[in-house]
Design a binder for this molecule. Structure first.
Ligand SMILES: [Zn+2]
Length: 130
């Protein structure tokens, strides 16, 4: 899905066509591909942000930026989405994507550990009270 053409191909059935802002080309340029068996469910390949409920006048890149400003694609092309990318940019984006997703996974794991510790401390407190 790092290839624009592959993302674009997932939008064979899309509710809006030319004349609207929210069209397959713009969605694929903004990093999105369509989730199978949904009407308008999309996922960003780079940050895994899921967005749906698209309106014809939504600008996919602006929506992406508003809902996931730290996405590697959004950060690399901070003013507007790329019309085309160089091989070097594709490689840099892949590296940034892996770092971003690893960081997200570590944060999630950290939160689970924190919750576990908080729960254990609470239980210890309850034990010493009785
Ligand atoms: Zn993203």
């Amino acid at each position: 899905m790092f290839r624009f053409e592959n993302r674009l191909r997932t939008f064979s059935k899309w509710p809006f066509a030319d004349g609207n802002k929210c069209i397959p080309e713009k969605l694929a340029q903004a990093g999105f591909y369509k989730i199978e068996h949904t009407n308008d469910g999309t996922v960003c390949y780079y940050c895994e942000k899921e967005l749906d409920g698209w309106e014809p006048e939504d600008d996919p890149y602006e929506e992406h930026k508003a809902h996931s400003g730290r996405c590697p694609l959004v950060e690399m092309f901070s003013s507007k989405p790329p019309e085309s990318v160089t091989v070097e940019q594709v490689i840099d984006l892949e590296v940034a994507r892996i770092k971003y997703l690893a960081k997200k996974m570590i944060e999630k794991e950290k939160q689970q550990i924190m919750n576990f510790v908080e729960e254990a401390v609470k239980e210890l407190g309850e034990c010493s009270e009785s």
